[in-house]
Design a protein. Structure first.
Length: 756
């Protein structure tokens, strides 16, 4: 077995023994250096160049690198030849997101698959790729020249073994599992040590620096690779700085390595000095030969910045101080092992902060980071001492529940979290309400592996969002099908705009006193060539979650304004067009500037544009909402509160907003002729709007009885199937060209005018 000894930060000497890899004996007669085929899928050619540079460090391995810039090119190449390793970017010109990985995995199921990410801590797509079967992911800005050669060596060994074990699939799987386990054990060991770690080869040249070692020495991994240890780890004795024994040189011959030493001074790359304690141990192969050395050290009396980094990396999140996503896997593995041993249940709660992106977009990253830190503090106070809270990255947190007494424990824990955040946070003068969408998976009912439990908690979390947010959901089997559909929709959304798959339809709004056409609402439709017609209810929420709602909303605004320009140029009596504005759009700092720019480019008068915003968005960001709405009102854009009555309102805020219309949600209109409660609510909203000098629009009008009720109660405007379904632009243009007296809905519902 392989043995590694090290001294921890508590001064205790430890020895980790790795079990020998059990590979079935086999006579191997293969080429010494089989060529490894690598396919790089990235739009940016410089990424491929950087990867070639990193792969060039793989001594003794022949590597052939092929680069393609798009998914279509990759699939075409994979149909014609096979590769041992595929490195892919999930943001490609012709497709983006998890759909890229799924397509490549289907075409190259036998290859090792690595994903490149822009921001490892906050890249949902990269984490999703791991759940779908990716072997690892790395930051494209920092190509790791240590792990890539290790992966290549694994690919080389697997390729060589495949040539001689092709007739025995079971034995091949044993070799693959053993080699992969060796890599994972090495990775887990290095990531699991909180101190700085340096690895060398038998000649004393650097083969690896941990992130903490990079911080303490000042060397980057890329610059340190291949350098003599004495150049990177310059150590001298304490004042008067007598030469200290050289590390590694004294440890190579000995069996146990050196113990903890505190009489050393590390000279960092910038010339500053740092007192350290360190230990050095040899690394042995199975035959007893020394194959390298491991140096473990930590700084003593370091500056606050260095000490903080040492404590937090790579195990702690810098913003919240909680265990980060690197720690989560190890802790969840231990939790599963204990639950399995004790024959008990364990649970994973995945928490996503609802609409957190609004905070960063409207108030800035500093306020967002402060909010995350406050959230972390409150979470740790509302769980039991035996439970574990981790920061998964971005706006996601994870709670691991141990020692479950019954099936109700996870629900009780989730409800405690929801209740604990009823009180808002006050940060820099801003009152911020925090709610969570929480997904719950339970071991062993929902899975017995790390990947399965995380994946199924993720599905449950998205279901909680679909249920209205600020709630929790347990995983259920039927969520698998919905999750697959969601992934397909999310992947297709990323190319829908560029492929012109969206179109706007326009639903007329009718003056209920006269029956005249007085406006319209622009409604988006999506005809996906693969999925078919996708209803807005099936993709708007997904677009909000994956960030695509912002470019989609920008397209809707521009398309509607351009269409108004076409109607005006044709001499038609165009009416104001209402468009829905999402929370993510409205809270962006550049929202107003973007609206002004589109108005200038299309040249339409602002009075032809009306914006519908939900009341919950206005209430969530009261002060900033007033400023944006006032600016829009000042240039002549009409403003409407959409789905009025379904959120939470404050009459004092309502008076402050420059609102021209209240739009009654169709859920109230549906039964106004048969249910007294709905009739009372609608009547009250109409009276409220009239008293505030605001128009009231009733949506979802479908029957003559509803029309009669609304006219009798002096509601100004109606919209719904009773008058017209949403129409394509060409059909709506024909409606605009009709004289008022000839429009189809007049004969049925407007025999006599009503004073409104």
């Amino acid at each position: 077995s392989d043995a590694v000894a090290f001294v921890g930060s508590d001064g205790a000497q430890r020895r980790a023994t790795l079990p020998a890899i059990a590979i079935p004996p086999v006579a191997v007669n293969v080429a010494a250096n089989p060529c490894i085929g690598v396919l790089v899928v990235a739009a940016d050619g410089s990424v491929a160049g950087a990867l070639r540079g990193a792969l060039s460090t793989a001594d003794g391995i022949a590597v052939q690198v092929m680069h393609v810039p798009s998914l279509a090119d990759a699939l075409d190449r994979l149909r014609r030849e096979s590769f041992d390793l595929v490195l892919m970017d999930l943001a490609l010109p012709d497709r983006g997101g998890i759909a890229v990985f799924d397509a490549i995995q289907a075409a190259a199921s036998a290859a090792l698959l690595l994903v490149m990410s822009e921001d490892i801590g906050n890249d949902r797509d990269a984490r999703m790729a791991l759940r779908h079967g990716a072997h690892d992911y790395l930051c494209r800005r920092r190509v790791d020249a240590y792990w890539l050669p290790r992966v290549l060596r694994y690919a080389k060994d697997r390729k060589a073994a495949a040539r001689v074990l092709r007739s025995s699939e079971a034995r091949m799987h044993a070799v693959e599992d053993a080699l992969f386990a060796e890599i994972e054990r090495s990775r887990a060991m290095l990531n699991g040590i909180g101190d700085a770690v340096i690895c060398t080869d038998p000649d004393g040249n650097i083969t690896h620096l941990s992130m903490v070692a990079e911080t303490l020495t000042g060397w980057s991994l890329g610059d340190a690779l291949g350098q003599p240890l004495t150049e990177v780890f310059k150590v001298i004795g304490r004042p008067p700085y007598a030469d200290a024994p050289r590390p590694v040189a004294g440890t190579m011959p000995c069996a146990g390595g050196t113990g903890l030493s505190t009489e050393r001074m590390l000279i960092r790359v910038d010339g500053t000095k740092l007192t350290i304690e360190d230990s050095e141990v040899p690394l042995y192969a199975q035959d007893g030969h020394v194959i390298g050395a491991v140096i473990v050290f930590r700084g003593l009396g370091a500056s606050p910045a260095v000490a903080r980094t040492t404590d937090q990396l790579p195990l702690r999140d810098a913003v919240t101080g909680l265990p980060n996503h690197l720690q989560l896997t190890g802790r969840l593995a231990r939790l599963i092992a204990l639950a399995k041993r004790d024959k008990k249940q364990a649970a994973l709660l995945l928490l996503d902060i609802d609409l957190f992106k609004h905070v960063n977009d409207s108030l800035g990253r500093a306020v967002g980071d402060t909010l995350l830190a406050r959230v972390a503090e409150r979470l740790t106070k509302c769980v039991r001492g035996t439970d574990i809270v981790c920061h998964q990255g971005g706006d996601e947190f994870v709670i691991l529940l141990t020692e479950l007494e019954g099936a109700h424990d996870p629900a009780a824990a989730a409800q405690r979290v929801i209740d604990a955040f009823c009180t808002p946070h006050l940060i820099d003068g801003h009152v911020l309400h925090v709610t969570f969408s929480i997904g719950i998976s339970v071991y062993p009912d929902d899975g017995d592996t790390i990947e399965t439990l995380i994946q199924r908690a993720d599905m449950a979390m998205f279901n909680a969002k679909a249920c209205g947010r600020n709630t929790y959901q347990f995983f259920r089997t039927e969520m698998n099908a919905r999750a697959m559909h969601r992934q397909v929709v999310e992947g297709s959304l990323r190319r829908a705009l560029s492929d012109a798959e969206f179109v706007l339809h326009y639903q007329p709004q009718i003056d209920l006193a006269t029956g005249n056409l007085c406006g319209a609402e622009a409604l988006i439709r999506w005809n996906d060539p693969q999925i078919g017609l996708v209803q807005p209810s099936d993709f708007i929420a997904i677009a909000e979650d994956c960030g695509q709602i912002v470019p989609i909303g920008h397209w809707v605004l521009r398309e509607a304004c351009q269409q108004i320009r076409v109607w005006l140029d044709a001499g038609l009596a165009a009416t104001p067009i209402a468009i829905n504005v999402s929370a993510l759009e409205f809270c962006r700092r550049d929202f107003f500037d973007g609206v002004e720019q589109i108005l200038r480019e299309t040249g339409i008068p602002p009075r032809y544009l009306e914006m519908e915003i939900t009341e919950s968005v206005l209430m969530r960001h009261g002060d900033s909402s007033v400023a944006v709405l006032s600016a829009l009102d000042a240039i002549g854009i009409r403003l409407s509160i959409d789905d009025f009555g379904t959120g939470y309102s404050s009459l004092s805020y309502l008076k402050r907003f420059p609102i021209s219309s209240l739009k009654i949600d169709q859920s109230f209109v549906r039964d106004i002729a048969t249910k007294s409660d709905d009739a009372t609510i609608v009547s009250a909203i109409i009276s409220l709007g009239r008293s505030l000098g605001q128009r009231v629009i009733a949506e979802g009008v479908e029957t003559q009885a509803q029309v009669a009720f609304l006219r009798a109660h002096r509601c100004e405007i109606g919209q719904g199937f009773r008058f017209s379904r949403p129409l394509p632009a060409a059909q709506f243009a024909r409606l605009l060209a009709m004289p008022d007296a000839t429009r189809p809905w007049l004969a049925a519902d407007f025999q006599a005018p009503v004073a409104i």
